[in-house]
Design a protein around this ligand. Structure first.
Ligand code: APR
Ligand code: PHB
Length: 385
């Protein structure tokens, strides 16, 4: 079998790239190791920057997002109970859209006409310096697909980045000494906007999926076990970390999902190896505190799609030659912002008295400076691509 582009991974990065190539008439096959239900079953964040909203519209899959997504004009930061709202629309004339990553994935899957091979096991990449091809097994049969380019959109644990010789790859990593314990509950959100809370007991986040479904997180040590957290213990801990009025307003109930996610910052460089390109979580990981994971994956594939469309139509290789440097510039800025939000809002075992004072001063500066608030608003709503 032969195609122009093989995309490894049917997460939001792979599906959006597949959609943009399909609309441009470029043949592309997506190879996904899991089933469609598994891919859709993963609970992930859901804050879209303007750039990601525009890309959903460009891809012709924005209708349900506009119909069901929630426009948010700001967020609230809470520091040991002191509250500061950041009105993005007043500060910089922008907003974000709360629309779950699962819904983005569902919309892209529904729109896809071209071939997606699910349950593709043992995916292996070959000769991506010269004449690339990929092999995989399905139902016990080994298959080979030849192509011109491979897009590695297979996430942090995927095969694509692992296929790159160590000597050709630089990686930069910060693993945080805590994780996020998150629950999903069918109760109205505690507030109209997201609340990011710093507290001496640890970070907390009040988020939402719809007017009737909420998502809450509390910071826990990395080695914490989810079994150790009953719903009641979760609600008590969340209340303890929020401003008393917010805690009072919290509508609690039985969790329908509960899990712990580790926090890390990770970047691989470069992001092109001959005819192999990395995008999304295969290339970088951000801690979720800045709501950048999905948006970075979207901005990567917007650049990669244009570059591959240009190269396949033999107009020029300028785009594919510039891909790595161009997206890494935006990736490092989003890494900085996500690291900064994480440093401001979490309690670190080794912070110490001086560190806590600095966190407090950081918050007080934010609360007192319109310029500082505009900077946060610009980064949160999405830097220009
Ligand atoms: N072969 C085929 N498919 C694979 C392989 C493999 N060896 N390894 C992983 N995959 C698939 C996974 O099953 C998954 O469906 O690649 C897909 C990668 O999807 P994501 O992990 O969602 O990564 P990405 O599309 O880059 O989306 C990034 O996801 O984790 C969030 O915060 C992150 O929001 C960001 C978004
Ligand atoms: C979420 O809704 O799951 C969410 C929102 C914002 C974040 C992280 C997670 O920064």
């Amino acid at each position: 079998m032969r195609t122009e582009v093989i995309i490894i991974g049917a997460g939001p990065a792979g599906l959006m790239l597949g959609r943009l190539l399909e609309l441009a008439g470029v043949d592309a096959i997506i190879l996904e190791r899991k089933s469609p239900d598994y891919v859709l079953g993963r609970i992930r964040a859901g804050v879209l920057e303007q750039g990601s909203m525009d890309l959903m519209d460009r891809a012709g899959v924005g209708a349900r997002m506009h119909a069901e997504g929630l426009i948010h004009h700001g967020i609230e930061l809470s520091f040991d109970g002191d509250r500061q709202r950041l009105d993005f629309t007043d500060l910089i004339g922008r907003h974000v859209m709360v629309y779950g990553q699962t819904e983005v994935t569902r919309d892209l899957m529904a729109a896809r006409q071209a071939q997606t091979i699910y349950d593709a096991e043992n995916v292996e990449l070959h000769d991506f310096d010269t004449n690339p091809y990929v092999t995989y097994t399905k139902d016990g049969v080994t298959h080979r697909i030849d192509c011109r380019f491979i897009a590695g959109c297979d996430g942090f644990h995927g095969v694509s980045r692992q296929s790159v010789p160590q000597s050709a790859l630089n990686t930069f990593e910060r693993v945080y000494p805590f994780g996020w314990l998150g629950i999903l509950v069918d109760k109205p959100p505690v507030a109209d906007e997201l609340i990011y809370a710093h507290h001496a007991r640890g970070f907390a986040l009040c988020s939402q999926r719809s007017p009737t479904r909420s998502r809450y997180y509390v910071q826990v040590p990395t080695d914490e076990k989810v079994e150790a957290w009953s719903d009641d213990r979760f609600w008590d801990e969340l209340r303890a970390r929020l401003n008393p009025e917010t805690a009072e307003a919290l509508q609690t109930g039985p969790s329908i999902e509960k899990s712990i996610a580790p926090l890390r910052s990770f970047v691989a460089e470069p992001l092109r190896f001959g005819r192999l390109f990395l995008a999304g979580d295969a290339a970088h990981i951000v801690p979720p505190t800045g709501a950048k994971g999905l948006n970075l994956a979207m901005s990567d594939v917007a650049v990669l799609a244009d570059a591959l469309i240009e190269a396949v139509s033999e107009k020029s290789e300028a785009g594919i030659n510039a891909y790595s440097a161009k997206v890494l510039d935006r990736i490092w800025k989003a890494e900085r912002f996500s690291w900064w939000m994480t440093s401001l809002l979490h309690t670190f075992p080794d912070t110490g008295a001086f560190g806590r004072r600095i966190q407090r001063a950081d918050f007080d500066y934010l609360a007192s400076s319109r310029i500082a608030q505009q900077s946060l608003a610009e980064n949160y709503t999405g830097l220009p691509s």
